[in-house]
Design a protein around this ligand. Structure first.
Ligand SMILES: [Zn+2]
Ligand SMILES: [Zn+2]
Length: 251
């Protein structure tokens, strides 16, 4: 745990303090019993009961004093830029933290909160505050999932309040790796999804693996991949620009 919240520090301290108080109370009860015993049994000296009782009070009191000290822990209110609720720390956070209220990651850079990006939901068009660390976000309005491109330098420039909206959606490339045995059927599918003449597609099949479509939405890329796989071909979906063909011998 990088930077515990104040509540987490207090909880950890209580885990340590409460057993001390508990042991003190047990010793105290034993001491009181010994005191009682000394009044009815001649073999039990009175002072033993006194010592054990005082020891019990001392241990429980020590634990209680430590418990009271928890109130003196420093407190820093870190306001969440997404839900405006405070999360308490002992000191201003220096690292990213997760808001206790909305569970979004609040990005911290140089001791400052990085303002959220405002992105428009691809499904319903509602603007959403998104952590600059997020790789995807679920729209509060329609629950639609939005994939984001990996953060690049400069993306953080389009922040809340800048009045600008960023559209950094992740797109995907479709890679045909191998046509399999059923090349005629794969050829048909290829011509359909590329809207290209047969000869052109036949040429592609000789050059595999090849990126056959770029900048597709995830769903579209996946459905094309499924069509190709059902025809026995091997197809892959990669984030745009990230596919690297295997090194060929002699190159
Ligand atoms: Zn929050
Ligand atoms: Zn939406």
């Amino acid at each position: 745990m990088a930077q515990p919240t104040r509540a987490e520090v207090i909880e950890a301290e209580l885990q340590r303090i409460l057993p001390i108080v508990g042991k003190g109370l047990v010793v105290l009860v034993v001491g009181l019993f010994l005191l009682y015993l000394s009044t009815i049994a001649a073999w039990m000296p009175f002072f033993v009961g006194v010592i054990v009782t005082v020891a019990g009070i001392g241990i429980a009191g020590y634990g209680g004093w430590q418990y009271l000290q928890l109130n003196n822990l420093p407190s820093y209110r870190a306001l969440c830029p997404y839900c405006d609720q405070p999360t308490l720390f002992l000191a201003p956070p220096t690292e990213d933290y997760t808001c206790e209220h909305c569970h979004r990651v609040v990005a911290i850079e140089g001791g400052q909160v990085v303002p959220p990006l405002v992105l428009v939901c691809r499904h319903c068009g509602a603007p959403q505050k998104v952590s600059p660390r997020a790789k995807m976000f679920i729209c509060d309005n329609c629950n639609g999932q939005n994939d984001l491109k990996p953060a690049r330098p400069g993306v953080a420039a389009a922040t809340a309040g800048a009045g600008e909206e960023s559209f950094e959606y992740q797109t995907y490339d479709l890679v045909l790796v191998d046509a399999g045995h059923n090349t005629e059927e794969v050829l048909e599918i290829l011509c359909t999804i590329l809207a290209a003449p047969r000869d052109h597609c036949r040429g592609i099949l000789k050059e595999l693996p090849m990126v056959i479509l770029v900048d597709l939405p995830r769903r579209k890329a996946d459905s094309y991949r499924r069509m190709l796989r059902e025809a026995g071909a091997t197809a892959e979906v990669h984030p745009t620009g990230q596919y690297r063909p295997p090194a060929r011998q002699g190159m």
